[in-house]
Structures are given as C-alpha cells and as structure tokens.
Write a protein that binds this ligand. Sequence first.
Ligand code: CMP
Length: 140
Amino acid sequence: MTIQRTLSIIKPDATRRNLTGKINARFEENGLRIIAQKRIHMSLKQAEGFYAVHSERAFFSDLCEFMCSGPVVVQVLEGDNAVATNRTIMGATNPANADEGTIRKDFGESIEANSVHGSDSTENAATEIGFFFSQTELVG
Ligand code: CMP
C-alpha cells in the first residue's frame, strides 16, 4: 500500500455540462478521497504557468485559452497509488483512444476538451498541488 496524492482538474467542458458530481463519484467509487477542492476561473497567466512544460507544443495557446474558457475544479486526490490509479480512472488523453468505462471515454469531447487533467508522476503531482493549494488546505 503506497498512499499518494495527485492533482486533478475538472476542465471547462465538464463544468459547463454540470458533470462535477458524476466525475467525483468515479474517484470515490475507485477508492480515491478528495482531500481538497476548489472551483476557480483560471487566468491566462495561471493556465500558461500551469502548462509551462507544454509551452513549445503547437497546441499550447489553444489549450491555455480553453482552460480559461469557463470554471474548472482543482482538487487533490489521495489514495493507494493515487497517481497511477487516477490515470487509469481518467483513461487515455484522447477520448477516442480511452478504454470503456473511463472518464474521458464517457465524458470527453476531444483531445483538448477531455474533461479531466491528472498528474503524470509523483514529482509533478507535488509541483502541481503546490501550484493551486497551500499545505493547510489539504485535509486528509
Ligand atoms: P492534460 O492531461 O490536461 O495535459 C495537457 C493537455 O493538452 C492534455 O490533457 C490535452 O487536453 C491537451 N492537448 C491538446 N492537444 C493535444 C495533443 N495533440 N496531444 C496531447 N495533448 C493535447
């Protein structure tokens, strides 16, 4: 048993369709606890900072604009192997390639509007959690 924490974002395409509760149920049904959560409207600067690792990619500016196009729900999930567990629950980045029963397969609209973001490593999880939350906001 390796308890980890990971950063999750419910993206604007999902909040627009009022899917926050349905997506949160997927996390909880699969053993992850939501130990911090807030609904925010990201500024372009915040989105560019959060996705800085992708700044050289062709999709960077579209992605940042999309992430500012409506509210998002940023959250910290905790549980056994939370980083990998959440990636399994989310499914592949492109909903067209995602396994049946995953969030992106069931709710994603496109590779950009793919409903959720999840950290891809424990190192990035720590950085991404720190981007949105202070230690006192994490209530395990
Ligand atoms: P996310 O997990 O939030 O991390 C970066 C995001 O870039 C990714 O999900 C996708 O929504 C988005 N994206 C848009 N176009 C592409 C692409 N061609 N390849 C990978 N990611 C893309």
